[in-house]
Design a protein around this ligand. Structure first.
Ligand code: DGJ
Length: 730
């Protein structure tokens, strides 16, 4: 049993692989957070109760005798507003009398052998689960706090279900998924920020008094800030020290907060963004919140990342695909953009055959009237004028070469110049029609109103029709603009602020009815590059196109930042042409293949333009990928040792779980003349195992290789890469 309750001390202990989470019910019936971190004994933890500084403390309601008995004093599992707690609330409600008050106090618990799924939202699978029941003593409003732990990773999954048991309406002004606190303020707050073609850079800010907030208001998780917050101990680094991470498994507007308190604790809380949010719960209704995946490691930021990777690979990403060989694709986007014919596509496919590439993906431009990005979205009908012979002419050719066929969709969108918009202008999100206010454009397109069932039915039917009528084995699902005018024609005024969450529920509904309904099709996520790179998308799509920047140099930084939370196998990365289309940079094909080969890989260029020498190299890269890299990408442990966001180098070692083999990929950005000697050191090997280094023939202990390393002998100029393969010698 990973979860234990001790009735004498009213303490709950949840033990994960290398971690304990503990809280107790205190004498105010408040769920008081005690510990999240290294494994601890199941002791009476009442000794660590709060006695620190606060200001203008309010007693618990009605208790005039004990000033230290205040909800605002206690390290929380949940914070609530209006009854003496001035910290960021996890929940704020409004009752019909206009009051915004609640006290969520202990009312019992259940321990479930298996975690129940969330209705209508993706979440972590399996794991023993504690349900802590909290109730308000004066109104029949409650919160069920779900905690799931796993024996194979140091992770805990948390969420809250809010329950309106009253006979009246309760309005949720805020309904977050979790809260906990860390002792002392000795932490940096880590987040991943970015923009189009520059996603997930690492930002670290000293924890401070007041709130640091990481959020999105885009109705998608966005490239601006990823739904992740890290709390990294000030004395921790990449390899050592306490590191906590929280990833919200959610694709719409979110917020994650770290609030430094006057008692020097840090409150961590978050969930659905309460900006532009209000949810009306009718009598008897419940509100499910998205799940937060929380991990802990005392092996620094690298350890935190590995815990995320293990938790996601074992319990979130579709097991059918997560550890299976991935399609090795040729995608025509950067090769042709919209400018292709049936013959051109066939030529690209033919030129890819025999090189180890097994899937041809036809990107944007095959449907409706779509020769540029001004028209056609929403009309999921093959453009037979452009594709003479139809889709099947291309598919049959691709299949005859022994390759699979994949197709691009952007199902959530519509262009004004489309048959769909002409027939149903109300399907597109916009200000109420009566206002006459025009819609904002993004890439000349609008977003469809997924809160509407009729709109979702249209999408599901039109996309599934294409999938069912053609031999399609791979889909790239794109999403290229953010929601503006968060309104729906079909929601009453008092429910308009439910829009962003209802969009997410609508999105998961169409994922269920398209992605899950076609289990033999491999789905890749995409959003204008990596603008919707989150755990909820990963629950459906084993890999996501990481960025529209395909330049290997910039990709080192983007992939490094993405790996803080997401496994290598979740990142899709392609070798593209030089000069690179986004940066104009020229890098050698070896570097492009080595950097893309750290992920789920493929190609994105006009294969017909390659020289024979390049073709031979591509064949060799693909053999190297399948033979030596892919298993490590899918199942191995990642050890980062040079951070390209901070240095001239990028180095990552991928190590098999049994530590019998590993590959170090080392990249140098700029070559300086007469530069100081750089030592390359692999990481994550077993110090006691003996390894043979394929490239040098050296045989040495893991401890020797990791401690001494060897001097960099990297020929070539800028943007050069070297790889070392380590195999255990028995
Ligand atoms: C944005 C994607 O990120 C690209 O890879 C490509 O599919 C284009 N959209 C097509 O419009």
């Amino acid at each position: 049993m990973a979860i234990k309750f001790y009735p004498e001390t009213k303490t709950f202990f949840l033990d994960g692989k290398n971690m304990t989470y503990a809280f107790r019910i205190n004498d105010a019936d408040f769920a008081e957070h005690c510990h999240f971190g290294s494994p601890i004994g199941h002791d009476d933890l009442s000794f660590c109760k709060m006695a620190g500084a606060t200001s203008m403390a309010a007693s618990v309601p009605g208790d005039n005798g004990s000033p230290m008995k205040s909800y605002g004093y206690y390290p929380p599992e949940i914070t609530f507003y209006g009854t003496g707690d001035f910290r960021e609330p996890t929940v704020q409600i409004e009752t019909p009398d206009g009051a915004r008050l609640c006290q969520l106090l202990y009312a019992g618990y259940d321990i479930l052998a298996e975690k129940p799924a969330i209705k209508g939202m993706p979440s972590m699978r399996g794991g023993e689960t504690l349900v802590l029941h909290l109730k308000d003593p004066y109104i029949d409003f409650g919160a069920d706090l779900y905690y799931t732990v796993y024996d194979d990773c140091s992770a805990i999954a948390r969420r809250i279900v809010y329950i309106n048991g009253t006979n009246d309406t309760v309005v949720l002004h805020r309904a977050y998924s979790f809260a906990f606190s860390l002792h002392n303020r000795d932490y940096k707050v880590m987040s991943l920020y970015g923009q189009w073609a520059g996603e997930r850079s690492i930002q670290e800010t000293p924890a401070q008094y007041g709130v640091i907030s990481v959020d999105s208001k885009l109705t998608s998780s966005s490239a601006i800030l990823n739904p992740f917050i890290g709390l990294i101990a000030n004395d921790a680094c990449e390899t050592h020290g306490d590191a906590y991470g929280v990833n919200l498994i959610y694709s719409s507007s979110f917020v994650l907060k770290a609030q430094g308190l006057s008692d020097d604790r840090i409150l961590v809380t978050g969930g659905i963004n309460d900006f532009d949010f209000r949810w009306t719960l009718e009598a008897g209704e419940e509100f499910e919140t998205p799940e937060a995946l929380m991990v802990y490691s005392n092996e620094g930021v690298g350890g935190m990342s590995r815990q995320f990777h293990d938790a996601m690979r074992e319990h979130l990403i579709n097991q059918k695909y997560v550890k299976a060989c991935r399609p090795l694709v040729i995608n025509n986007w950067e090769g042709t953009y919209f400018n292709f014919t049936t013959d051109k596509l066939k030529e690209i496919a033919s030129a890819s055959a025999g090189l180890g590439i097994d899937t041809f993906v036809l990107d944007d431009g095959w449907f409706g009237k779509r020769d540029d990005d001004w028209s056609g979205l929403g009309d999921w009908v093959v453009n037979e004028k452009k594709l003479v012979g139809g889709l099947d002419a291309v598919i049959e050719h691709v299949n005859s070469l022994g390759m699979k066929f994949g197709l691009w969709f952007e199902p959530e969108m519509v262009n004004e110049d489309s048959d769909l918009f002409r027939a149903h202008p109300d399907y597109a999100i916009g200000a109420p029609m009566s206002s006459g206010r025009p819609r904002c454009y993004g890439r000349h397109q609008y977003v469809l109103d997924l809160t509407r069932k009729d709109v979702r039915d249209y999408i599901v039917e039109s996309v599934n029709k294409i999938l069912h009528n053609h031999h399609i084995e791979y889909v790239k699902w794109d999403y290229n603009r953010a929601v503006t005018e968060s309104c729906s024609e079909q929601l009453p005024p008092h429910r308009q602020m439910e829009f962003a969450h209802r969009y997410a529920l609508g999105l998961y509904d169409i994922f269920d009815r398209i992605v899950l309904a076609n289990p033999d099709v491999f789905f890749e996520g995409c959003s204008s590059g990596g603008a919707r790179f989150d755990g909820a998308v990963l629950a459906y799509f084993p890999q996501i196109w990481t960025s529209d920047c395909s330049d290997a140099e910039r990709r080192t930084e983007i992939q490094y930042g993405t790996s803080i939370v997401y496994p290598q196998s979740a990142m899709s990365a392609h070798v593209s042409a030089v000069p690179n289309h986004q940066t104009g940079r020229v890098t050698c094909i070896e570097t492009r293949a080595a950097i893309a080969g750290l992920c789920a890989t493929g190609y994105e260029l006009d294969m017909t333009s390659l020289t024979d020498e390049e073709r031979e190299k591509i064949k060799a890269f693909n053999e190297e990928y399948r033979n030596n890299m892919e298993e490590l990408v899918l199942t191995g442990d990642l050890y980062r040792s040079e951070n390209p966001q901070k240095s001239n180098f990028f180095a990552e070692t991928l190590v098999s779980k049994d530590k019998s083999h590993a590959v170090l990929t080392f990249y140098r950005r700029i070559r300086y003349a007469n530069s100081p000697l750089k030592h390359i050191r692999p990481a994550g090997l077993d110090p006691n195992k003996t390894y043979k280094v394929k490239e040098t023939g050296l045989v040495a202990k893991g401890s020797t290789l990791m401690s001494l390393g060897y001097p960099l002998i990297l020929p070539g100029s800028d943007f050069a890469t070297i790889k070392y393969h380590y195999d255990e010698v028995k």
